[in-house]
Design a protein around this ligand. Structure first.
Ligand SMILES: NC(=O)c1ccc[n+]([C@@H]2O[C@H](COP(=O)([O-])OP(=O)(O)OC[C@H]3O[C@@H](n4cnc5c(N)ncnc54)[C@H](O)[C@@H]3O)[C@@H](O)[C@H]2O)c1
Length: 335
């Protein structure tokens, strides 16, 4: 199948591109940045269209020229960038989703997968926080009041995607991701979002000391980028799923200490230290992903898409190291 992957050179998109190729599909990447560092091993096997996803004519040309049958839409800008320029944030992250749906309608593409986020949700209430708390299912309210421009664009995109499904029968699959970690996720364009895992890896690899005074018992729903990408591929290919919105996480919580221990097990010289106890949640909706204590209910994704996370922190760290070497990725200190 010919599948357009917008943002297919990014930290999640690169794995979507790679997995589609591996299982015999033809991914056509549409991305604005000619940075092939995360796909250097497959760059001769994929077609890349360089362009701005908000340029409808360019998207339509790509759909037509490559006879695209499905779209995985990952191109977006991150919360810091969207807050700095709300007009551009809304244009790239929300208006573009509508343009993609419209292009899909015109070119008779029958499914669009959209990458949404925990940031789309309303403020998380106490019964969903802490050990033994209820996992957050898709019926949790999605009105991120007091949140971010980014969260607003994810909700707007979801609602417009659902309307295109209702009006024109284009299957719309929105995947709301929990916290994500994995190779490449410390580029300046990512801003402050969830970089703690990548900072830990970065310090471990560079032999730079890193100490967390407390918070070792904080738990997080953290998902390795290859699991995230697998959910996108499943969202794109699963037999017509009943629902449109799915929560994608690791299915269980991992503590900060567990992650640090996994890194130290694999990189014994890593100068990492983590103190005990829990930190106070910041309560900031815009930074919810960075706040500990909540867990996504992934049972709908399991039933309808066949999704289940494959990578626990230990396996993820091993895989991460493997790909750093295989792609010859440089570790650039961020501080
Ligand atoms: N990483 C996370 O923690 C997280 C969490 C929830 C949701 N998401 C969503 O997952 C998707 C992928 O994010 P990522 O983490 O891989 O980010 P990323 O920045 O690594 O990848 C996004 C890609 O989109 C491209 N892009 C940006 N603007 C574009 C434009 N105007 N035209 C064409 N391409 C453009 C970028 O060049 C980049 O390659 C996004 O929709 C993001 O909002 C990410």
């Amino acid at each position: 199948m010919n599948i357009l992957v917008t943002g297919g050179l990014g930290v999640n998109g690169c794995w979507v591109t790679r997995e589609l190729l591996e299982i015999g599909h033809n991914p056509i990447v549409f991305d604005i940045r000619p940075d092939f560092s995360l796909v250097s091993d497959i760059s001769n096997d994929i077609e890349v269209v360089l362009g701005d996803v908000s340029d409808s004519a360019a998207v339509l040309r790509a759909l037509k020229h490559h006879q695209i049958e499905r779209i995985c839409h990952l191109a977006a800008i991150y919360p810091d960038a969207a807050d700095q320029n709300p007009v551009r944030g809304f244009q790239i992250n929300a208006s573009t989703t509508v343009q993609i749906m419209e292009a899909a309608r015109i070119m008779e593409v029958d499914r669009v997968v959209f990458t949404s986020s925990i940031a789309a949700l309303s403020p998380i209430t106490p019964e969903y926080l802490g050990s033994g708390a209820r996992p957050i299912a898709e019926d949790f309210p999605a009105y991120p009041s007091g949140g971010s421009v980014y969260g607003a664009t994810k909700v707007a995109s979801e609602l417009m995607g659902l309307n295109y499904e209702r009006l024109y029968g284009i299957k719309f699959v929105a995947l709301r991701f929990a916290t994500i970690y994995g190779p490449g996720k410390n580029a300046p364009r990512h801003g402050n979002i969830n970089v703690v895992w990548n900072r830990i890896m970065e310090h471990a690899l560079l032999g730079k000391p890193l100490r967390f005074d407390k918070g070792g018992d904080d738990s997080y729903d953290m998902t390795y980028s290859r699991d995230v990408a697998h959910s996108v591929v499943l969202g794109c290919l699963a037999q017509r799923p009943l629902h449109s919105v799915f929560h994608i996480g690791s299915g269980r919580s991992h503590t900060l200490r567990e992650f640090v221990d996994s890194v130290k097990e694999i990189i014994p010289s890593a100068p990492l230290e983590v103190g005990p106890g829990q930190t106070e949640p910041t309560g900031l909706q815009g930074q919810l992903a960075a706040n500990p204590g909540w867990l996504f209910d992934t049972s709908r994704a399991k039933t309808e898409l066949g999704y289940e996370a494959q990578y626990l922190p230990r396996e993820a760290v091993k895989d991460w190291l493997h790909w750093l070497e295989r792609l010859n990725l440089e570790i650039v200190p961020s501080d």
